[in-house]
Design a protein around this ligand. Structure first.
Ligand code: AMP
Ligand code: MG
Length: 364
């Protein structure tokens, strides 16, 4: 892989009036074996030609991603699914009908067309059809198949804006398409359809109950939220093995009844401040003010993720706020738990991974 710095071109795209000339430049880069970071409705992706072993290798190198962690192949048209998936079960057709284009990835048996470099050596392929218009046009103009993991350095919080991509990958990739903030802010739901019972490998915006409504019985991969259950279990999505989404400072999630959680975070923060440390707190709209009153300003950086009643706002801001803490130079971060009704499973999955599963019980 080239060690030399690349000149990363940044092109601003208005998603309401897509400039096809700019997209065709990006398509040319991908067809020529280069890498382009682009917006999707979930997070920004780092795209390369999914059918080219060399492009996939370049993606792993730019991200510093372990090469056994497979990439998701993005398509824009249903007929392309037939070329990369060997068997398309009834469940896949129903899932596509209900959730594509959208934030949902299916695992299916792959055809010969998809190189093992793209699938991390597996005989299955992860496929998604994003709804984001810039992503869809880029996929079409690039030949139909874009391999794209999240466009961050491996291990860091996923990028929800072009600025995050620039932070991590400037000088390592050919081009970045900037079309503003990602709408959802969490990666796609992954569902494995190669098993008898469809199994969620990664929770996301499409929830368990939404999938159950369409498919009937759906399982959760063991240990999705529970680190204990992961011991001795090999997760089916190789990426779920790695510490992920992590800010630089250690992060602890405080669980329990709301008033106990805020009290515990105040107590822990006050202890750290006494030791001369700078503390970050991940709060919500209804609690942020309480901490501000209880703790000495100047030593604490309190950030609300949003309103618990509208958990889309929490999901959308999680990765951005985790990155903000890196620039704010905090020494330790405490987060409230966010077991919200709709997106709670997806939010807590990312938060617990970012925390390396360090959980503190509020009542103790
Ligand atoms: P990212 O692209 O960064 O959102 O990560 C993609 C996720 O999809 C990782 O957790 C991968 O392990 C998972 N994944 C991709 N392909 C497969 C596959 N064939 N089987 C299981 N998991 C997969
Ligand atoms: Mg990722």
């Amino acid at each position: 892989m080239p060690e030399r710095e690349l000149r990363t071109e940044i092109l601003r795209i208005d998603p309401e009036h897509i400039d096809m000339e700019k997209l065709s430049l990006a398509g040319k880069v991908i067809r020529g074996g280069g890498l382009v970071a682009f917006p999707t409705e979930t997070v920004y992706g780092l795209g390369g030609d999914a059918l080219s072993p060399l492009s996939s290798k370049k993606i792993y190198a730019a991200k510093g991603r372990p090469s056994d962690n497979p990439l998701i192949v993005h398509i824009a048209d249903m007929e392309h699914l037939l070329c990369i998936a060997e068997e398309i079960p009834e469940t896949a057709l129903k899932t596509a009908d209900a959730f594509w284009p959208g934030p949902l990835t299916m695992i299916l048996k792959k055809t010969e067309l998809v190189p093992h470099e793209t699938t991390g050596g597996l005989d299955t392929v992860a496929v998604r059809m994003p709804v984001d218009a810039v992503a869809a046009e880029l996929i079409r103009i690039s030949g139909g198949y874009i391999a794209a993991p999240s466009a961050n350095t491996s291990g860091r919080p996923s990028p929800t804006s072009a600025a995050h991509v620039i932070e991590d990958l400037s000088g390592k990739i050919d081009m970045i398409l900037d079309a503003g903030d990602a709408d959802i802010g969490l990666e796609s739901t992954i569902v494995d359809l190669t098993e008898d019972v469809p199994t969620i490998l990664r929770p996301g915006f499409i929830t368990l109950s939404m999938l159950e409504d369409v498919l009937g019985e759906v399982r959760l991969d063991p240990g999705l939220l529970d680190a204990e259950a992961m011991k001795g279990v090999r997760p089916k999505a190789p990426g779920m093995r790695y510490r992920h989404y992590a800010p630089k400072a250690p992060l602890f999630v405080v669980e329990g009844e709301k008033s106990e959680v805020t009290r515990k975070i105040e107590e822990l923060s006050a202890g750290e401040i006494l030791k001369g440390k700078r503390v970050g707190i991940l709060a919500s709209d209804d609690t942020a003010g309480q901490y501000a009153e209880a703790l000495k300003p100047g030593c604490v950086c309190i950030r609300s993720l949003g309103n618990r009643e509208e958990d889309r706002t929490i999901a959308r801001s999680l990765f951005r706020v985790l990155r903000d803490f890196d620039s704010g130079e905090v020494d330790v971060i405490y987060s409230e738990a966010f077991d919200t009704p709709h997106l709670g499973m997806a939010i807590m999955n990312r938060l617990l991974k970012a925390a390396g599963h360090q959980v503190i019980e509020g009542g103790r």
